[in-house]
Write a protein that binds this ligand. Structure first.
Ligand code: NGS
Length: 316
């Protein structure tokens, strides 16, 4: 009898403990769920935005509220504003990038009313941390450009950058010279604004998370560090192609990019090696770069979404 009663009491205590543990578990799960619901909602909303296009790799973007134009430099209003934060509050994180449905430039213009001629923007509520020129080397890739503009403008605005978009078009049909076009973009952008940072981007790459901020850091930064076309890896450790950012100082320190890479490949490796002590380009970089750049501007086109500069880069 005593034994039976002892066993019952033990069973009762065990059951109580189990019930208590279950209750604790449910409470903790519930609290965790409630605390995280905000961020999850943002992600879900983003995932549910109408799918637009799919093509190479990329994301989908929700368009931000309209901001009145404000490109003036050093106005009274600006002086009262604070510098934008390190973590821009409107970022949403992971983005869906689709390329299946067509995009028109008119749609992109409509969705980005705060842009100024030349694809220029600066935040209205704070002073951007950096003035960034987006440089895109280009020829005959209009479809890609539409998607780039469609996805990138909203992202760059959420990133609170003071930015402009420069599409540098190689005139004619001789071998493409990507690195020289990048040099030209640097030179042309500086003619119109005091940019401190340069993001050099292929026209067919779009980040899949807007926390990848298109700005400069204390070292040159390879921004496209994980690409779908490489299975979200890089083809080799030193790979520097795709999208990268360099401050004006960093760019000048390496004398810009080589002007003599005609046709596909190699120029990005050369750029990487300009930072590398064992590079062969160390022997030529002092005389081949921004200090030896020569080209002719053929045409300049200002649109709400971009500045297009068509250039004659010469021949191989
Ligand atoms: C290397 C090229 C790079 C190029 C990379 C990835 O071989 O310029 O492949 O190419 N280097 C040389 O040619 C020396 S990709 O797969 O993106 O077409 O970026």
């Amino acid at each position: 009898m005593r034994d039976a009663s002892g066993n019952f009491s033990l069973l009762h205590r065990t059951c109580s403990l189990v019930v208590l543990l279950c209750f604790l578990h449910i409470s903790v799960t519930f609290i965790y769920y409630v605390r995280n619901s905000d961020s999850r909602q943002t992600f879900v909303q983003n995932q549910q935005t109408p799918q637009v296009h799919r093509k190479l790799t990329e994301q989908r973007v929700t368009i931000e509220e309209t901001r009145p134009p404000s490109l003036s430099n050093g106005t009274e209003t600006e002086r009262k504003l604070e510098t934008c934060p390190d973590n821009p509050p409107q970022l949403v994180g992971p983005l869906r990038v689709e390329f299946s449905d067509p995009v028109t430039l008119d749609l992109v213009r409509e969705q980005n009313p705060a842009l100024q001629p030349g694809g220029r923007f600066k935040p209205k509520d704070c002073i951007a941390q950096q003035k960034v020129a987006m440089i895109i080397p280009f020829r005959n890739r209009d479809e890609h450009l539409k998607f780039w503009l469609y996805y990138m403008h909203p992202i760059l605005q959420r990133q609170q950058l003071d930015y402009g978009v420069y599409v540098i078009i190689q005139d004619g049909d001789r071998a493409f010279n990507r690195a020289k076009l990048l040099n030209i973009g640097y030179a042309e952008a500086l003619k119109e604004y005091d940019y401190q940072c340069f993001v050099f981007s292929d026209v067919d790459l779009i980040p899949m998370d807007d926390r990848n901020i298109y700005k400069c850091f204390n070292q040159p930064r390879h921004l496209s560090v994980s690409m779908d076309k490489f299975g979200f890896r890089l083809p080799y450790t030193q790979y520097f192609g795709g999208v990268s950012s360099l401050s004006k100082e960093q760019y000048l320190k390496i004398n810009g990019f080589p002007n003599n890479y005609w046709g596909w490949g190699g120029e990005d490796d050369d750029i990487f090696n300009r930072f590398d002590r064992i590079a062969h380009t160390r022997q030529t970089m002092g005389r081949d770069g921004i200090n030896s750049l020569s080209y002719k501007v053929v045409k300049v086109e200002k649109d709400q979404l971009f500045t297009k500069i068509t250039v004659d880069v010469g021949k191989p």
